[in-house]
Design a protein around this ligand. Structure first.
Ligand SMILES: Nc1ncnc2c1ncn2[C@@H]1O[C@H](COP(=O)(O)OP(=O)(O)OP(=O)(O)O)[C@@H](O)[C@H]1O
Ligand SMILES: [Mg+2]
Length: 138
C-alpha cells in the first residue's frame, strides 16, 4: 500500500496502470495506496470493482478503478467510453488487465505482484517513456 501511495503521489494524469497478480495478490490493496496518493477522501473507500466493472473516486485526479475479471467482452468497456476521455485529468488502474491491454497501445505501466511465503514481490515495467522515468523515480 505504501508503494501505491508513492505511485499515486507521482501521477500527473493520463497514467494507465495494469495490476497483474493472482487472486488475493493485493491488487485492490495497492489501488487503495494509489487512491491515498491521489488525495481521494476517506469518504470514498476503494472497494473491489469485481461486480461493478468500474468504480470512480474523485481526488486530485479522478481515479478510475477497473476490474476485468468478469469481463467477457472488451467492447463493453469501450462502449463506456473509458479510453476516449481527455486523458489528463484521470488515472486508470486495471485489475486483470489481459483482456484489454491490446487497446492500451503500449501506453501503460505493468505491475506484477507475486506472493511467496507471505512476502510480496513487485515488478514494474513500461514501454512508455514518461512511465519509465516515473518508475526510476520511485
Ligand atoms: N501488501 C500487503 N501486505 C499484507 N497483506 C496484504 C497486502 N496486500 C493485500 N493484502 C491482503 O491480501 C488480501 C487480498 O488483497 P486484495 O483484495 O488487494 O487482492 P486482489 O489482488 O485485489 O484480489 P482479487 O484478485 O480477488 O481482486 C486482503 O485480505 C489484504 O488484506
Ligand atoms: Mg481485487
Amino acid at each position: 500500500m505504501s508503494l501505491g501511495f508513492e505511485i499515486g503521489k507521482m501521477c500527473i494524469g493520463g497514467e494507465n496502470i495494469c495490476l497483474n497478480g493472482n487472486l488475493g495478490a493485493g491488487k485492490t490493496c495497492l489501488t487503495r495506496g494509489i487512491a491515498k496518493g491521489l488525495d481521494v477522501l476517506k469518504e470514498y473507500p476503494v472497494t473491489s470493482p469485481t461486480f461493478t466493472l468500474i468504480n470512480e473516486y474523485p481526488g486530485r485526479l479522478l481515479l478510475i478503478h477497473v476490474d476485468c475479471y468478469r469481463l467477457s467482452d472488451p467492447g463493453e468497456l469501450l462502449e463506456l467510453g473509458l479510453l476516449e476521455r481527455d486523458k489528463n485529468d484521470y488515472v486508470i488502474v486495471i485489475e486483470w488487465p489481459e483482456k484489454i491491454k491490446q487497446y492500451l497501445l503500449n501506453d501503460f505501466m505493468d505491475i506484477f505482484i507475486e506472493v511467496k511465503d507471505e512476502i510480496r514481490y513487485l515488478e514494474l515495467v513500461s514501454c512508455n517513456l514518461h512511465l519509465q522515468s516515473f518508475i526510476k523515480d520511485l
